[in-house]
Design a protein around this ligand. Sequence first.
Ligand SMILES: C[C@H](N)C(=O)N[C@@H](CCC(=O)O)C(=O)O
Ligand SMILES: [Mg+2]
Length: 363
Amino acid sequence: MKITNIRVAEISVPLKVPFKTALRTVTSIEDIIVEVHTDTGNIGYGEAPPTAVITGDTKGSIVGAINDYISKSIMGMDIENIEGIMKKIDRSIVKNTSAKAAVDIALYDLYGQLYNAPLYKLLGGHRKEITTDITISVNEPEEMAKDSLDAIKRGFKTLKIKVGKDPLIDIERMKTIRKAVGYDIKLRIDANQGWKPKEAVRVLRKMEDEGLEIEFVEQPVEAHDVEGLKFVRDNVSIPVLADESVFSPKDALYILQQGAADLINIKLMKTGGLHDALKICSIAEIYGTECMIGCMLESKVSVNAAVHLAAAKSVITKIDLDGPFLCSEDTIEGGSTFEESKITLNDEPGLGIKKINGLKYLD
Ligand SMILES: C[C@H](N)C(=O)N[C@@H](CCC(=O)O)C(=O)O
Ligand SMILES: [Mg+2]
């Protein structure tokens, strides 16, 4: 099964409500879709979101990296040699992890098709169903409490609450939400780098003292501030999860060697796809550290790949794959089923994606 063509297209899907974090506000998913075609007529699908504030990747840089560097480096190669292909991609251009992820995902889709097996079975086959949280955007406390209750009505039992805007209001946000939802619902928080280390310790200790039962705090301080992350971890009881601080397997190793986090958030758009995400799983296992699998604002294509990884690997114990639940429409036929908080895998080869509607090809 040899690579004969790589096509890129745009996909646009409005969100149900604006997605707001300490870093940005977004109203629709505007992602790049990749199709890898082969001499056997098979097509593998991938996706990349332009999350400039986190990965540095824009739509233009994703398209340019794929067309001018990645495609050229692997054209004609055999899918059977996935290891060789991944080495070529890695060496074709530095950084550009979202572009690499889109192509990597399409190639793993083809790898599954080649061996006529669903990807999660090839990668480990640990389970067939996973349960995700859903994100509550950062807004005024009352509005967030209402959004939380709505999410619970939709069937979600774990909420990921965005904070990091203003420390005092963040405490108010969590008090109001906890009061509204009670104690049967798990609350995890994501500050998206919004606090300074000492500020984070003050806010989190207050949340502990108020008995708010926070499952973990995600990325309390700036991405580069590993020392600050460790300071938070050493000074609060709430477990600390590293998100923006960990892109590559090397980053994961460094964070764990420094003792700077209790948990690692793996995202395919940070690792450059499944190939390096698998390495983080192995590193985390060695350190006895559990992982979360997360996503950016992605639709069902790349989230599907993350679903397959999560289903394959037992070290992934926390799931934040709510991208498709945030979308107002579903333009993708096939793949896993997203119902309430449950994501169920099917046994179609690869990712099982049949067709993507509404694509605007860029060639
Ligand atoms: C969508 C997911 N639940 C999430 O919160 N992802 C990111 C932010 C993604 C973005 O800004 O596109 C995260 O920080 O965990
Ligand atoms: Mg995060």
